[in-house]
Write a protein that binds this ligand. Structure first.
Ligand code: DAH
Length: 461
């Protein structure tokens, strides 16, 4: 780790991300390790499985739409707190805003925690786009959508499915209510999607309890300004579009398997919709798929709230639509059978050579031999409030990709000394070579030193 850089950043009043200088503040908690990931843009790298997942989803959306979606794939990750949270209606005390969950550049700027941060500016662009069907109503947007893919950043736990940087795709489609064509176009697109589903995925079953509440007071009801019929139609269009996108990915994988093995039979695909809550959509849902014998959450979505259109300066009462957000890394892991999320970032030839020149294909990743995992338990008494994510961050900063996982395995209050003890189990592993005990001890000692320096812990030996 570059300790010099770390010290410089701590001491200096500015930090630089993508050639832009930002003043730091007491809120700053981005680390050099995180900044080193900015600009790697795996979603734009043709040799990354994340690129293929993005492209296949984009194609699926365009395949059933009268009008192609606008694509945004190069938004920079530093955004304002306003864009990431305020414009989307996040309450002031929402946990997502806390320093233990989010990487702050300073009081006003952060590394976006989700692609939803760009919704408002993309709606602005949509409504300013002057090629809409009805030029007399240029502020109304009919049947036009966008897809945004980008790297997002979260302070999170450390394990084989979590990495502080990952990729999401955001998407939206929106219609004007005044246009007599709207309903017809929506119904036709739904029919096209139904046709594609029946033809390509005859074995797909979707469980859907159709949660659209009648009661406008329910937090997940329809919105007041929309009718029940409009809400149902938007929800139906959204669900079909998303089912088709996810099924298309699965089909790519199964078609590949069938080509290799003539006796291969498509497993039964199951999906289910569950109710959810997001501050910028109402009603909101999550889609889960049944894959390898378990239900997995793959995306969040909902009917765009009127307030979001309003924040984008649109004629909000006349606009209706849906929005979704999907994580690309976990889908890539699932579909290629990549067991450790760190591999997505690996420059090891044994990983990269399997993907070079294979853009657009989904296949079984061949695991290569991995090296030993060595654990160290770190036990201490806390002397002040600390969040497990603070410990994770120090581990991540010192061990970088050499850390396989880190978990709080024990917590108890010692009445005699009136102190709380924590034990964290840190598992070290380098994906590319064996590491020696001396190397691990050196990193682990640094972790403990920093916990002492930054949180005044009392190590228990
Ligand atoms: N931004 C959400 C997340 O990171 C995902 C999401 C959910 C995006 C619902 C949406 C949406 O646009 O409507 O978990």
């Amino acid at each position: 780790m570059n300790n010099l850089l770390k010290t410089l950043n701590k001491a200096s009043s500015h930090l630089t991300i993508l050639n832009k200088k930002y003043p730091t503040s007491g809120k700053t908690n981005v680390t050099p390790n995180i900044i080193n990931h900015v600009g790697l843009n795996l979603h734009n790298n043709k040799n990354s499985p994340i690129y293929t997942i993005r492209e296949l989803i984009e194609n699926s959306f365009d395949s059933a739409s009268y009008r192609k979606f606008d694509k945004y794939n190069t938004f920079e990750p530093v955004v304002t707190v306003k864009k990431n949270f305020d414009d989307l209606g996040f309450p002031a005390d929402h946990v997502g805003r806390s320093k233990s969950d989010t990487y702050y550049v300073n009081n006003t700027h952060l590394l976006r925690t989700h692609t939803s941060a760009h919704e408002v500016e993309c709606f602005e662009a949509l409504s300013n786009c002057n090629d809409h069907q009805d030029p007399t109503k240029s502020s109304l947007v009919n049947g036009h959508g966008y897809l945004i893919s980008a790297d997002v950043y979260r302070r999170d736990e450390i394990d084989k499915t979590h990495y502080p940087v990952f990729h999401q795709m955001e998407g939206t489609k929106t219609w004007t209510r005044m246009n007599p064509e709207t309903q017809k176009v929506m119904l036709e697109e739904i029919e096209t999607m139904d046709g594609l589903m029946k033809k390509n995925f005859p074995s797909l079953t979707v469980e859907d309890k159709d949660y659209v509440r009648d009661d406008d007071k329910h937090e997940n009801s329809k919105q007041e300004y929309m009718t029940k019929e409009e809400t149902s139609l938007v929800v139906k269009h959204m669900k079909k579009s998303l089912e088709l996108a996810v099924a298309t990915l699965l089909k790519h994988r199964y078609d590949h398997d069938a080509l290799k093995d003539k006796s291969f039979k498509n497993p039964e695909i199951k999906m289910r919709w569950i109710e959810a809550y997001f501050p910028w959509t109402k009603p909101s849902f999550e889609l889960e798929i049944y894959y390898n014998n378990e239900w997995l959450e793959v995306l969040g979505c909902g009917v765009t709230r009127n307030s979001v259109f309003k924040n984008a300066g649109m004629e909000s009462e006349n606009q209706i639509g849906w929005a979704f957000g999907i994580g690309l890394d976990r889908l890539a892991m699932l579909l290629y059978n990549i067991k450790d999320i760190r591999l997505l970032w690996s420059k090891d030839k044994r990983f990269t050579s399997q993907f070079e020149g294979r853009t657009g294909e989904i296949f079984e990743f061949k695991p290569f031999s991995t090296y030993a995992i060595t654990t160290r338990d770190v036990s201490f008494y806390k002397t002040k409030e600390m969040n497990p994510n603070d410990v994770m961050e120090i581990v991540r900063d010192e061990a970088n990709t050499w850390c396989y996982s880190c978990e709080l395995i024990d917590e108890f209050h010692n009445k005699k000394v009136d102190k709380t003890s924590n034990t964290y189990r840190i598992s070290y592993q380098n994906l590319e070579r064996n590491i020696t005990n001396e190397e691990i001890n050196a990193i682990n000692d640094k972790v403990v030193d920093r916990l002492v320096a930054e949180f005044e812990i009392e190590p228990r030996l």
